[in-house]
Write a protein that binds this ligand. Structure first.
Ligand code: NI
Length: 136
């Protein structure tokens, strides 16, 4: 019987949505205010979920303190109070949409968590807008 466990962490970051192959006008049409040249910020909430079989001895799928430490060390400490476009290598050539941020976070953590556990990232860009990767 599998159980899904989740840990929520937080970071603030700035970004700009922009496709360099398009004109500024086309970027404004598609991304609206999100294409503002001087960037804007979000209070991101990232939920990291692991699904697996609880360990027979501990009853844990994963130690939540260790999960929190992993997310803080490898994700939120890298992104918090940063400009995602300018200050991180991940988004130098990748538009920092919520979709792409969730995929990047998944890639960072996938190597660090046992493959027997399914990993899912839920990223809230606002209270109303959130994405999940991978999709069900
Ligand atoms: Ni935005």
């Amino acid at each position: 019987m599998k159980v899904k466990v989740s840990r929520k962490e937080h970071f603030n970051a700035a970004h700009r949505l922009y496709n360099p192959a398009w004109t500024d006008e086309d970027n404004r049409k598609v991304f609206g205010k999100c294409a503002n040249p001087n960037y804007h910020g979000h209070n991101y909430e990232v939920v990291v979920s692991l699904t697996g079989t609880p360990d027979a001895d501990t009853g844990y799928v994963f130690d939540m303190k260790k999960l929190s430490d992993l997310v803080r060390e490898h994700v939120t400490s890298k992104f918090d109070h940063k400009n995602l476009n300018l200050d991180t290598d991940h988004f130098k050539n990748l538009n920092p949409t919520a979709e792409n941020i969730a995929k990047v976070i998944w890639s960072i953590l996938r190597d660090k968590i046992d493959k027997s556990l399914d990993l899912k990232i839920t990223l809230y860009e606002t209270e109303r807008n959130f994405v999940e990767y991978p999709a069900d």
